[in-house]
Design a binder for this molecule. Structure first.
Ligand SMILES: Cc1ncc(COP(=O)(O)O)c(C=O)c1O
Length: 369
C-alpha cells in the first residue's frame, strides 16, 4: 500500500495529553497511565542525585563522551564496537527523524512493517519519501510472513526498511534467526534495515542476542539499530536514546542533528541510570512477574487478549475510543489503537498489582456492560 497521507497531521501517541486532562479537570498525578510502555517502577534513585549535581549554566558535552562510554560498557558489552559507531539523541524519536533526513528524500521509498510506531511514517513523509506499508495480519496475530516480506523488499527495493522489534503495539518479537534473514535480504539488495529495539529489555523471556549482534558482521553498512533509554530506565521526561551502526552511516545521521542535541541533564541521568544495574535488574524482574499475573487476570476477566512477548499487550474491546473515554473518567488511561488502524483494540502496559487490579475491574464493567 502506498501512502501519501497528510503531513500536517501529528503522530498520535499514548501517554498523558495534558490539554485533555485540563479540560476534564484532572491532574496528571490522579491518573494511572497504562498507555505508556515504560518501566512503571521509576528511575534509579541515583538519577535524582546526579541531576542535582548538574551545572545548569555550563554547556554539556557535545560528543556525550561519558554517556557513550557507559552505553558501550553496559548496553553493548557483548559486541566490540568503536565509540564512533554510536550516537546519542534527545530520545530515540529524534534519531528516527535524523535517520529519515539522512537516507530518505523525494523519490525514495520507505518500507514500514506495520502496524507500528507512528514516527517512522511521519519522519519518512516529512522528507518527501513515499511509504510502502507491509502490514501484518490480525488473522495471523500480527506475525509477519517472512517470505512475503523478503519478496516485497526484493521487488520494491525501498531505500530503507523500518522494523520495530519487539513491535509496538503488537508485542511481537522477531527471533534472531528470522531477523538475520530479513537483514540478509536487505544487505543483498543493498538497502538499509533500521531496527528499533526500544523495548528489547522488556522481552519475556529475556533475550541477550538482538540486532546489535548482526552489526559485527561483514555487511553492517546495511543495518542501523535504534534504542531508547526512556522506557527501561524510566527517563521519559529527560529524553534519551541512541543509535548504533557503521561509523560511516552514523556520521551521516550526526550531520542531521544540531550541536548539543542531548542536554546536560539527560547526559547525567543516563550515566547514573546505566551505572545502577541493580535497580534495572530488580525492577525488570519484578515487572516480568507482574506481567504474567496481569495478563492472566485480563484473560480470566473474559477479555480477548492477544499474545505478546512484552509487558504490554493488545486487547480487543470492540470500540477502543469509547472504552478509552470511559476508563479515563475512572482516571485510568489506556492507548486507543485507532491510529494504528486497529479501532477495536486498546493497548495496555503492565503496572504494579494494586494498579492493574483497578484496570481489570474497570474493564470488566466497561467492556462487558
Ligand atoms: C517503538 C518506539 N520507538 C521509539 C519511541 C520513542 O522513544 P523516546 O522516548 O526514546 O523518544 C517509542 C515511544 O513510544 C516507541 O514506542
Amino acid at each position: 500500500m502506498t501512502d501519501r497521507h497528510n503531513t500536517e497531521q501529528r503522530v498520535v501517541h499514548g501517554a498523558i495529553d495534558y490539554g485533555e486532562l485540563a479540560r476534564l479537570g484532572l491532574h496528571p498525578s490522579e491518573v494511572l497511565d497504562f498507555s505508556v510502555n515504560s518501566n512503571p517502577y521509576g528511575p534509579s534513585p541515583s538519577v535524582y542525585e546526579a541531576l542535582a549535581q548538574v551545572v545548569l549554566d555550563r554547556y554539556p558535552d557535545r560528543d556525550c563522551l561519558q554517556l557513550r562510554r557507559a552505553i558501550l560498557e553496559y548496553e553493548l558489552a557483548d559486541v566490540d564496537l568503536p565509540a564512533s559507531s554510536l550516537l546519542c539523541g534527545n530520545g530515540s524519536s529524534e534519531l528516527i527523524w535524523a535517520v529519515a533526513r539522512a537516507f530518505l528524500a523525494p523519490g525514495k521509498k520507505a518500507m514500514i512493517v506495520a502496524p507500528t510506531f507512528g514516527e517512522y511514517h511521519a519522519a519518512s513523509l516529512a522528507v518527501g519519501a513515499t511509504i510502502s506499508e507491509f502490514r501484518t495480519e490480525e488473522t495471523q496475530q500480527f506475525q509477519p510472513d517472512l517470505s512475503e516480506l523478503q519478496a516485497r523488499i526484493v521487488r520494491e527495493q525501498p531505500a530503507v526498511v523500518w522494523l520495530c522489534n519487539p513491535n509496538n503495539p503488537t508485542g511481537i518479537w522477531m527471533e534472531q534467526e528470522q531477523l538475520a534473514q530479513v537483514f540478509q535480504t536487505c544487505s543483498n539488495v543493498g538497502i538499509c534495515l533500521i531496527v528499533d529495539e526500544s523495548y528489547w529489555r522488556f522481552v519475556a523471556p529475556p533475550v541477550s542476542c538482538t540486532a546489535v549482534a548482526l552489526l559485527q558482521e561483514a555487511a553492517n553498512e546495511h543495518l542501523l539499530v535504534v534504542r531508547s533509554l526512556t522506557k527501561d530506565f524510566a527517563l521519559a521526561s529527560v529524553r534519551l536514546g541512541y543509535i548504533v551502526g557503521s561509523p560511516q552511516r552514523i556520521k551521516l545521521v550526526q550531520r542531521q542533528l544540531p550541536s548539543w542535541n542531548v542536554n546536560g541533564l539527560a547526559q547525567a541521568a543516563g550515566v547514573a541510570a546505566l551505572a545502577d544495574r541493580t535497580h534495572l535488574a530488580t525492577t525488570l524482574s519484578a515487572l516480568a512477574v507482574e506481567r504474567e499475573a496481569f495478563f492472566a487476570a485480563l484473560q480470566k476477566a473474559g477479555l480477548h487478549v492477544l499474545p505478546s512477548h512484552t509487558h504490554f499487550c493488545l486487547i480487543d474491546v470492540g470500540d477502543a475510543q469509547y472504552v478509552r473515554q470511559e476508563l479515563l473518567m475512572r482516571r485510568l488511561l489506556v492507548r486507543d489503537c485507532s491510529s494504528f488502524c486497529l479501532p477495536h483494540y486498546i493497548r495496555v502496559a503492565t503496572r504494579p498489582a494494586h494498579e492493574w487490579r483497578q484496570l481489570v475491574q474497570a474493564l470488566r464493567e466497561v467492556v462487558q456492560s
